[in-house]
Structure formats: structure tokens, C-alpha cells
Design a protein around this ligand. Structure first.
Ligand SMILES: [Zn+2]
Length: 428
């Protein structure tokens, strides 16, 4: 991924690993952060960063690139480009493709295609169970050897307790990547709810998905983490009950981590304007009280990381309304603006903590080294303009799909340039 040398000039450098925060220049050569050269090479690309924050590239634990099998919604190329535009240098690609990423060959294929696209480091997430069917385990060691950096049956929880337990034991014994769970009870999901089981569902006359579906599974996962002595990661936490379980577990020293999506931070079910499936996702937007609990949890670190759950769907599919449309919203290109506006611009969170929820937090979940601006570190960087106010226009998205609940929203902050592996992968 290396390219010509880059000189990022006059930025505010914030290192998430150390907390160092000072004005300065950054030099990039051979794909790494380099010392200032004695003389600047003639082919150096200069990126002016005055008034900008320069920090480690953001990591998204949860994206759907849809390839193979879902190419009408997204492919690796535009999905990766959307990630770079959003300020990301690493994304974890969920395995609920068609066919799913449950063989080493398929995992290796996604890794190779992503490298060819060259916009972002894509970490394929392997399935926990074959076909995501929840009946027998996939070849977890084989998937890891092929490049899987995490496991999940995302879209479904790993339901049978014995199977989840066995998966945790294998990953513990063989030192394999983390298991991440889409913690929603399958039996409750199968009852056909399409939005949070609350006042808004009743007002719209639509079937609800109760928060209990999440709490039951988080409780189960925490118990298994204790029994097996192995960390479990809870994907897209949405409920007060879920947050309380994770906070309580962590106080007792139980290894459990969790992620928060920008849409669950910024929206509640009361914000759903009507039968508009651009507000339909699983898990759903929950109550204002749940939203307040999520906000407290990302502030106090009960939730370690943001993650977009970028889930593209074609407009024609989303036009079918809440009952018929598929679950999911895009998120890569609005994530920085939504989370910065909601938390830092609003004065609730400090800038370093916000950066860490997008860098250090997800890196820890994955067991990766701390993202850093130190000399010799991989040149995965983002240059952020945090003063600019802009309006979400889905027509400007480079993702193949436009299914966002944030159309027309005024946001502060976005990625002005992204450097991945020493190459400029996005520049406004
Ligand atoms: Zn999910």
C-alpha cells in the first residue's frame, strides 16, 4: 500500500496511544510514519493541515461490504472507498454474505479483493457456525489462518448455549480471534418485530422487537465468558438493560466488551417519522431512556468502541416500508460527523476520548496493537476538520446505497483526508 512520501504540515497531532497532543508535522515514507528527512524528497506530497486534527486512522468493527452475493447493495470497492471517505483505515467485514464467510477460501477471497481495492485494511470476520445456521461450528482455526480477525454470526446470535460455549473454548485454547455476538434472541426475533417494542411501534401499528431479546443474550454471553474464562464482545448494544449487564459484569472483572452505533447514539424510536424504512435496522432504535443509557455508557467506557454497522440496501428494497424492507442503514460516511456532533461539539466528551473510542477501543477489542503516531508505526492516519458544519446529502455518498436516517442533518466535523498504509486514500 506504499506510495509517494507525504508531508502533513502544521496540524494538531493527537496520538491515541499516548495522549500526546501538540502542534507539528508528520512525515510518511515507505508506508510508515518517518522522521523528518534531512532534505524533502522532490516527489513529496504536501498535505496542509493547519487548523486540522491529525490522528490515527479510525477503525470500524462492524461493516457489511455485501460481496460476494449482495452486489446490488454494495461491493468491496465502493464500500472500501466509503470507509476511506469516512476517515477509516481498518474495517471489519461481517460474514453474512451469500455464500457466508464460513470457509477459509471465502475469507481469503475477501481479504485479497480488499487488498486489490486498496482503500482500507479489511479484516474479514469469519462465521462462528457453518452457514450461520447455529448448528455446527465453522473451522475457526482454518478461518483465522486464512485471515479472519474476528468471528460472528452477525445478523443472528449464536443461539445454542453449548455451541457458543464450545466456540469460546476453542478460541481460548488455540488463541484465536475474538468472538463477537449479535446479541438478539433468535426466538424473539422470529416473532417478526420490525422496530422497538414501545410507544412508537404501537402508534404506527407495527410489530415490536422487545429489548428483552438483547438482554437475555447478553446475560447468557456474560455467564459463558465467566465459565470459559474468555472475553466476549457484544455487537451494537441498544438497551439500558444491556448496558447495565455489561457495566455490572465489568465491575466484577468479567471480560466483556461492547460497541455503540452512531444511529443508536443519535436517534430513538420517537424520531421515526412514519413508515420510513431508512429508520429500520436490527437491533432497532430504542426508547429515549435507552438512548440516554447508551450515551452514559460510551462516556464512562462501559462501551469501548463505536462501530457503524454500515448496512447498505438498494432504495427499491427500502421503499417497501417497515414491514417488508430489509433491516439496516449505511453509516461509514456520517459516522465521524454524528458522533463528534452528538458528544464532543455538544460538550459531553473530550476530544481524546472520542478519538480513542474510534481507535484504541476497537483495536483492543480485536487484540491489535494500539494505533499510534509514533515513528515507525504504520502510516494509517486521518486528518479531521472539526470546525466545519455540513449537511448530510445521501446523493454525495460514494457507497453504492443511500439508506440513511440522517438525510438533511446538520453535522460538525468530517474527515478531510485519509492515509492508509502510507497512501492517500481520501482527500476532499
Ligand atoms: Zn448485527
Amino acid at each position: 500500500m506504499t506510495g509517494q512520501p507525504i508531508w502533513i504540515r502544521g496540524g494538531r497531532l493527537i496520538d491515541p496511544a499516548t495522549g500526546r497532543d501538540e502542534p507539528g508535522d508528520l512525515f510518511v515514507a515507505e508506508g510508515r510514519i518517518a522522521p523528518r528527512p534531512a532534505s524533502i524528497p522532490a516527489d513529496t506530497r504536501v498535505v496542509e493541515a493547519a487548523g486540522r486534527v491529525v490522528t490515527a486512522g479510525f477503525i470500524d468493527l462492524h461493516v457489511h461490504l455485501r460481496e460476494p452475493g449482495g452486489e446490488t447493495a454494495e461491493t468491496i470497492e465502493p464500500g472500501s472507498r466509503a470507509a476511506a471517505r469516512g476517515g477509516f483505515t481498518t474495517v471489519v467485514a461481517m460474514p453474512n454474505t451469500q455464500p457466508p464467510l464460513d470457509t477459509p477460501e471465502r475469507v481469503a477471497w475477501v481479504a485479497r479483493r480488499s487488498r486489490e481495492a486498496g482503500f482500507v485494511r479489511v479484516i474479514p470476520c469469519g462465521c462462528v457456525t457453518r452457514g450461520r445456521q447455529g448448528r455446527e461450528l465453522a473451522d475457526l482455526a482454518g478461518l483465522a489462518a486464512a485471515g479472519a480477525g474476528a468471528f460472528s454470526d452477525d445478523g443472528c446470535a449464536v443461539q445454542p448455549d453449548a455451541l457458543m460455549r464450545r466456540a469460546l473454548e476453542i478460541t481460548r485454547d488455540r488463541d484465536l480471534p475474538v468472538i463477537m455476538d449479535h446479541a438478539q434472541d433468535r426466538a424473539i426475533e422470529k416473532q417478526g418485530g420490525v422496530l422497538h417494542d414501545g410507544a412508537r411501534a404501537r402508534a404506527l401499528g407495527l410489530p415490536g422487537l422487545p429489548a428483552r431479546a438483547e438482554a437475555i443474550t447478553i446475560q447468557r454471553d456474560i455467564e459463558l465468558a465467566v465459565t470459559v474464562g474468555r472475553r466476549v464482545h457484544i455487537q451494537h448494544v441498544t438497551s439500558r438493560e444491556g448496558v447495565d449487564l455489561i457495566r455490572d459484569g465489568r465491575r466484577r472483572g468479567i471480560p466483556v466488551t461492547g460497541e455503540l452505533t452512531p444511529h443508536h447514539l443519535a436517534l430513538a424510536d420517537e424520531d421515526i417519522p412514519g413508515d420510513d424504512a431508512n429508520f429500520k435496522m436490527n437491533p432497532p432504535l430504542r426508547s429515549a431512556a435507552d438512548r440516554a443509557a447508551l450515551r452514559a455508557a460510551i462516556l464512562d467506557g462501559t462501551l469501548d468502541a463505536f462501530a457503524t454497522d454500515h448496512a447498505p440496501h438498494p432504495a427499491a428494497e427500502k421503499a417497501r416500508g417497515f414491514r417488508q424492507a430489509p433491516f439496516g442503514v449505511v453509516g461509514l460516511e456520517t459516522a465521524v460527523g454524528i458522533t463528534y456532533t452528538e458528544l464532543v461539539a455538544a460538550g459531553a466528551m473530550d476530544l481524546l476520548t472520542w478519538i480513542r473510542r474510534w481507535t484504541l477501543g476497537p483495536a483492543r477489542v480485536l487484540g491489535m496493537p494500539a494505533p499510534s503516531l509514533a515513528e515507525g508505526a504504520a502510516a494509517d492516519l486521518v486528518i479531521l476538520n472539526l470546525d466545519e458544519t455540513w449537511t448530510v446529502d445521501p446523493l454525495s455518498f460514494v457507497s453504492r446505497c443511500r439508506n440513511t436516517p440522517f438525510t438533511g442533518r446538520r453535522l460538525r466535523g468530517r474527515a478531510e483526508a485519509t492515509v492508509c498504509g502510507g497512501r492517500l486514500t481520501w482527500r476532499m
